[in-house]
Write a protein that binds this ligand. Structure first.
Ligand SMILES: C[S@@+](CC[C@H](N)C(=O)[O-])C[C@H]1O[C@@H](n2cnc3c(N)ncnc32)[C@H](O)[C@@H]1O
Length: 275
C-alpha cells in the first residue's frame, strides 16, 4: 500500500471514530444563543417608564405591541408604507387592547419626520435594507430621535464571505436595495446624519440558531428553494420570472446569515449635540 493510501486509511478511521462523532454529538447541544426578543429587552432598558417610542417600518406592529405590553407606561407610534401591513397593524393594536397607547400611521419614515415630532426611542428593525434613500432615511431617523433620545437600529450587511455571484442573486430581491447592505454605507449614513454610536452588537448567527432550534425555518426555506429550482418553469409560467427570482433570493437570506455571508447587527445611536 502506498504511503498516501495508508494516510488516507488512517483519516477514514478518524472520520468514523469517536473523536469525530462525539464532536457532532456536542454540536447537537444548544450554545444558548440570544433570542430575537433580546432586542426588546435592550430597548426596554433605554426607555423611561413613561417614554415614547416610534417603530419605524412596523409591518404588523408585532414588536411595537409586545414592547407596549412589556412597558405599560409607554406610548407608541408605528409607521409603515404598505397598506396591507397597516391594516393588519391596526387590527392587532385593537385586538391587543392598546388603542389608547399605540397609533399606526400609513406612510414612510419621512412622513413622521415631516411632522416635527421627536421620540424618546426610535426603533428601526430590519428596515434600512429596504429604504429607497439610505442617507435620507437615516437623517430622518436622527431628526425623530429627541435631543436626549436614542435610536436602535437592527440591520443586516454583507460580509467578505459573500461571493459576487451570491450578491448578484440577492440583487433579485424586490424589497431590498443592494447598496444598503454595505456596512460602510450604513455607518457613513449614521455619521453624515450626526449620529454617534453608543453600542454595536454583532448578532451573527445567534437569532438564527435560536429560531432554528425551535421551528427549523431555514430547513423550510431550503426545502422551498429546492422545489422552486426543480420546477422553475412551472412557477415562472404562473408567477412571472421577476417574482420567482425575488423568492429565490429571499429564500437565501436566512441561510446566508447562518453561513456568515450576511451579518445581522444592532446599533444603539444618539444624536450628536451640536449637529
Ligand atoms: C423586513 S420588514 C421588517 C418589519 C418589522 N420592523 C420587523 O422587524 O418585523 C421591513 C419593513 O420596512 C418597511 N419599509 C420599507 N421602506 C420603508 C420606509 N421608507 N419607511 C418606513 N417603513 C419602510 C416595509 O414595508 C416592511 O414592512
Amino acid at each position: 500500500m502506498s504511503r498516501d493510501a495508508e494516510d488516507h486509511g488512517r483519516n477514514l478511521e478518524r472520520v468514523y471514530g469517536p473523536l469525530t462523532w462525539t464532536l457532532y454529538e456536542q454540536l447537537d447541544v444548544s450554545s444558548n444563543p440570544r433570542s430575537p426578543d433580546w432586542l426588546r429587552g435592550l430597548a426596554a432598558g433605554l426607555l423611561p417608564p413613561d417614554g415614547s417610542v416610534l417603530d419605524a417600518g412596523c409591518r404588523d406592529a408585532a414588536h411595537l405591541i409586545q414592547l407596549a405590553r412589556d412597558l405599560p407606561g409607554i406610548t407608541g407610534v408605528g409607521v409603515e408604507p404598505v397598506p396591507v401591513h397597516v391594516r393588519a397593524a391596526e387590527e392587532a393594536v385593537v385586538a391587543a387592547g392598546l388603542s389608547d397607547r399605540v397609533k399606526i400611521i400609513l406612510g414612510e419614515i419621512a412622513t413622521v419626520a415631516g411632522q416635527g415630532r421627536t421620540f424618546d426611542l426610535v426603533w428601526c428593525r430590519d428596515v434600512l435594507e429596504q429604504v429607497a434613500d439610505l442617507p435620507g432615511a437615516v437623517a430622518d431617523l436622527a431628526r425623530l430621535t429627541g435631543p436626549a433620545g436614542l435610536l436602535v437600529v437592527f440591520t443586516t450587511v454583507t460580509t467578505e464571505l459573500l461571493a459576487p455571484a451570491e450578491a448578484a442573486l440577492l440583487g433579485h430581491h424586490l424589497g431590498n436595495v443592494a447598496a444598503n447592505l454595505s456596512r460602510d454605507a450604513v455607518e457613513a449614513a449614521f455619521t453624515a446624519a450626526g449620529l454617534a454610536t453608543v453600542a454595536t452588537h454583532e448578532i451573527g448567527t445567534e437569532w438564527r440558531e435560536w429560531s432554528e432550534e425551535r421551528g427549523r425555518p431555514v430547513s423550510k426555506a431550503l426545502l422551498r428553494l429546492a422545489r422552486l429550482r426543480r420546477d422553475r418553469a412551472r412557477f415562472v409560467a404562473a408567477h412571472g420570472a421577476e417574482i420567482v427570482a425575488h423568492v429565490e433570493a429571499n429564500l437565501h437570506w436566512e441561510a446566508y446569515q447562518f453561513l456568515g455571508k450576511l451579518l445581522p447587527i444592532v446599533y444603539v445611536l444618539r444624536p450628536e449635540p451640536d449637529h
